[in-house]
Design a protein around this ligand. Structure first.
Ligand SMILES: Cc1cc2nc3c(=O)[nH]c(=O)nc-3n(C[C@H](O)[C@H](O)[C@H](O)COP(=O)(O)OP(=O)(O)OC[C@H]3O[C@@H](n4cnc5c(N)ncnc54)[C@H](O)[C@@H]3O)c2cc1C
Length: 426
């Protein structure tokens, strides 16, 4: 491998994984660096958070994905800085040199500079986040049972979700199903009506990235499921208990889930001119970062700005996968001194699920809602999952949940913290 160029890939998400898979047996010495030892299928995180799936079903260890790849090494590390002059990256386990660098670090929650929101919010970007939400959900119920005052119980069972994009809608829908199918049986001492789910959106409709018809359908589903949808409403502040809204309303909650914004997970070290709005690397149609010949970025962290897409491709799994595929092809062509192929995003549509038999889908060949959209959503997610075992496991859990109305993974795995609700008396 010594004569082959060293290709360092930071991030084993959708983009990074696709790139490396396409470079199997190609003349590169590949080093994948990720702060986790596994790939996470983020679109199903909300089902882990709401007890519907096991964390292990939506994750795959990198060493298993790339078993048998002779040109591959993995290092579990957090990349802190890039030194483009010295062609090396600085990580918490030391420095690693590269000939070619690919940044595929995805995105992180954006709190728009509000430190309070950042400090007190629950987020949904990783398996650890999903398990924290799951633990919080189950713990609030255990704690609510022990409380004597109705007001205290209500605060503990008040779930506030900020942002009605796909993630917010999916979490709200799954909590509503938890309320309907689990609460009456698991917590018979509690009135299910004490649990409230608020979904707060700054735009004038839920799923603002979809058509108005799909938004209205999703809103109708959510409302029917008992979710309180707040439109044209922003959050001003949250101190761990009081959610202050722009219209002056104050909701009391200790379970505040932030899904209102994301930004690219940019790493320090590259020129400021190569970064779009401080949050994504500006790349050309070959995914090359502006100002650097041997540094590429792809997926959520890359902004491929064009006339058609002035803000870059959407921060979704498909553009990341397609960019990884195209970049792998181009890296090989580069070695072979062949002409390179510019990337063109093949948009296959967008879908979002709200609950059992309830989803909306906008595909190149039509717009769907209800059971058909829900079925398509499940099919697409199943085929995109990595690993046969994960696919079979999830298919089994979905069928099981569908017929038994059981959410099987109702286990608290973090130590019980008493009285999180500051207004509750010990
Ligand atoms: C809850 C949720 C639901 C979603 N639902 C959908 C959906 O239904 N459909 C859809 O198309 N998209 C969905 N998305 C978006 C989709 O998951 C992302 O667009 C996609 O994961 C982007 O791929 P990526 O390769 O750019 O980065 P990611 O998949 O985010 O991977 C980035 C990797 O980089 C690693 N990393 C980051 N920074 C560092 C660092 N400094 N050092 C070391 N490692 C680092 C991370 O650990 C991670 O493994 C969802 C996202 C979330 C969070």
């Amino acid at each position: 491998m010594k004569d082959n160029p060293t290709l360092v890939v930071i991030g084993g998400g959708f983009g990074g994984i696709e790139l490396i898979k396409k470079l199997k047996k190609k003349p590169f010495d590949i080093i994948l660096i990720d702060r986790n030892n596994h790939h996470t299928f983020q679109p199903l995180l909300y089902q882990v958070a709401s007890c519907g799936l096991a964390a292990v079903s939506i994750t795959s260890p990198f060493r298993r994905i790339f078993k048998g790849y002779k040109n591959f090494r993995f290092r579990m590390a957090d990349v802190m800085r890039i030194d483009p002059e010295a062609k090396k990256i600085i990580t918490n386990i030391g420095e690693i040199s590269y000939d070619i660098l690919v940044i595929a670090t995805g995105s992180t929650s954006n709190f728009f500079g509000n430190a309070n929101l950042e400090k007190h919010s629950l987020c949904l970007k990783s398996v650890a986040d999903a398990l924290t939400i799951r633990n919080t959900l189950l713990r609030e119920f255990e704690e609510a049972i022990t409380r004597m005052q109705i007001d205290e119980k209500k605060i503990l069972l008040n779930f506030v979700i900020i942002g009605a994009g796909s993630t917010g809608v999916e979490i709200a829908g799954s909590l509503a199903e938890f309320k309907k199918h689990i609460v009456p049986y698991d917590y018979p001492e509690l009135d299910p009506g004490l649990m409230n789910i608020h979904l707060i959106e700054a735009a004038d409709r839920v799923l603002p990235m979809m058509s108005k018809i799909s938004s209205e359908k999703a809103d109708e589903y959510l409302t029917r499921m008992g979710v309180k949808v707040w439109l044209n409403t922003r959050v001003k502040d949250y101190d761990g208990l009081n959610v202050v809204l722009t219209d002056g309303t104050i909701l009391k909650s200790v379970a505040f889930i932030w899904s209102a914004g994301v930004k690219g997970a940019v790493i320090d070290g590259l020129k400021p001119e190569s970064i779009y709005q401080k949050s994504r690397y500006i790349v050309n149609s070959l995914n090359q970062v502006e100002g650097y010949d041997n540094i590429y970025a792809l997926g959520d962290v890359a902004a491929m700005i064009s006339e058609k897409r002035p803000k870059g491709d959407p921060m979704l799994a498909l553009p990341a996968i397609q960019q990884g595929h195209n970049l792998a092809r181009n890296l090989v062509r580069l070695l072979e001194e062949k002409s390179l192929k510019p990337f063109v995003y093949n948009d296959l549509g967008i879908m979002s699920t709200v609950g059992r038999n309830k989803a909306v889908a906008e595909l190149p060949f039509g717009r769907y809602h209800g059971f058909v959209a829900w079925f398509m959503w499940m099919f697409v997610h199943l085929i995109r999952l990595i690993g046969f075992r994960n696919r079979m496991g999830i298919l089994f859990d979905w069928i099981w949940n569908y017929f038994t109305y059981e959410y099987s993974f109702r286990i608290i795995t973090q130590p019980f913290r008493k009285a999180r609700c500051r207004e509750c008396k010990d």
